[in-house]
Structure formats: C-alpha cells, structure tokens
Design a protein around this ligand. Sequence first.
Ligand SMILES: NC(=O)c1ccc[n+]([C@@H]2O[C@H](COP(=O)([O-])OP(=O)(O)OC[C@H]3O[C@@H](n4cnc5c(N)ncnc54)[C@H](O)[C@@H]3O)[C@@H](O)[C@H]2O)c1
Length: 244
Amino acid sequence: MLRDKVCIVTGGAQGIGRCIVETFAKQQALVVFACDMNPQSMADYRERFQNVQPVELNVCDRKAVAAFIAEIKEQYGHIDVLVNNAGITRDNLLDRMSEDDWDAVVNVNLKGVFNMTQAVAPAMIEGGSGSVITMSSVVGTDGNIGQSNYAATKGGVIAMTKGWAKEFSRKGAQVRANCVAPGFIKTPMTINLPEKVIAHMESKTPLGRMGDAEDIAEGVLFLASDRSRFITGQTLKIDGGLVI
Ligand SMILES: NC(=O)c1ccc[n+]([C@@H]2O[C@H](COP(=O)([O-])OP(=O)(O)OC[C@H]3O[C@@H](n4cnc5c(N)ncnc54)[C@H](O)[C@@H]3O)[C@@H](O)[C@H]2O)c1
C-alpha cells in the first residue's frame, strides 16, 4: 500500500510509533525514517528491515528538524507521508499542575508537531501530493481529569489539522492532513497505570478491552495510503467505542 513512498514517523522507538514504523516497512514503503530521542531502542531496525532508517531527533529542536528534512529532500526529492506521533504526558489536577508540566507537554505535543509539519509541508506541496497524520487522542475531543495540558495539545492538533487541510490544498496540491484519536491503548505510556484504572476503562469501552498498537497502526496506514485519497481534515477515532 505504500510502495515507493518516503515516510517519516516521529516517536518511532516504542509503543504506537514502533508499530506504525513496522507496518509501513512491511507495506513496502521505499524508506521509513523512525525518528526518536531514544536511539538505543531503535538499534534492531537496521537488521530487521532494509527500508527502515532510525534517526535520533528531538521534534522540539527546530534547527535539527529543518536540517534533517532538508537532507531527505536532497536525497529522495520527495516526502510522501509524515506521522506526527511523538507525544508525552505530565498529568496532574489543575491546581497541582506545574508550569514545567504545562510547558513540557505543549512543547512536544504541539510545538513538535508544528516544527515537523512546517518543515515537511513545502516539499509535499511542491511535489503535488502527500499525507500528514497527527496523533490526537479522545482526550483532545472529550477532555479528561488531570490532563489539562495534554487535552489542550490533543485538541490543538485537531484544529491545526483542519486548517492545514484547507491551506495545503489551496493551489490544487493533493496534500491531505488528518488526525487519529486513539482511546485507551496498551503501550509503555499506559502500562504502569493501576489495575483498577485499567479495569474501569475497559468496562467503559463497548468492545471491552484496551486497544493494541496494531489497532492504531491500521488506521494510520489507511490515512497514509492512497485508499484514503478523498479524506482530509478529519479525525479518525480508534477507541473501541469509548467515546461515542
Ligand atoms: N497509549 C495510549 O493510550 C494513547 C492514547 C491516545 C493517544 N496516544 C498518543 O499516541 C502517541 C504515541 O503514544 P504511545 O502510547 O506509543 O507513547 P510512548 O510513550 O510509548 O511512546 C512515545 C515515543 O515518543 C518519543 N518521544 C517523546 N518525546 C519526543 C521528542 N521530543 N522527540 C522525538 N521523540 C519523542 C518517546 O521517546 C517514545 O519513544 C502519543 O502522541 C500519545 O499522546 C496514546
């Protein structure tokens, strides 16, 4: 489904990002750049996949992001898919949330997405096609206790994406922008939550379980591929019915 496509996935070392990288590689992408701050966790990629390139990159570092994207443009001449997946949480009730917790989450989840997309979009527009997929969350549409910072960023990316859908296609380019909003997914981000919280969330989910990273990667693959060629500005919820 991704033959000949040049793809970039941020936060590609673990969890949902790792699963997206592997799914794209198996779908015969020309190359998948797995970008993460944690290179040790990506050491296996080169021996397992010929078409995955691990890259140490902090999405908050605008200079490093610009230099990396310029290199890819130079080497391949086109960029087809950007998945803004890197994200963090620093949860606390509003009255206890520190300025550092606010800034850290906004910096990665919102400014990181801005940095990456701003660097990549011109190449897509120039090339006449492309797909930008940004990881939101059901928290970005419906909010959650203790996640003011996270909710602001995950709602913010939905709003940015709607604007981009209009902006990127202004001159006729088939450059699409969409979000995926996962529900409650089994990854290192959620694995240490208390058993009680997990049981409660599962009981609130009509399909009765936490999602797997694969459940999310399938949706991202669809939005990355030409099978979703007439879909832009949308948010695809993948949550087992948690938020209806
Ligand atoms: N797990 C869930 O239940 C869930 C639900 C909704 C949305 N999401 C979103 O999905 C995305 C992936 O979540 P996950 O559960 O796989 O998380 P995770 O914590 O398992 O993985 C996130 C990855 O992002 C990387 N990262 C963090 N900051 C970075 C930076 N500045 N630059 C580059 N890489 C950075 C980390 O090193 C890590 O490898 C996130 O955006 C998250 O908010 C997750």
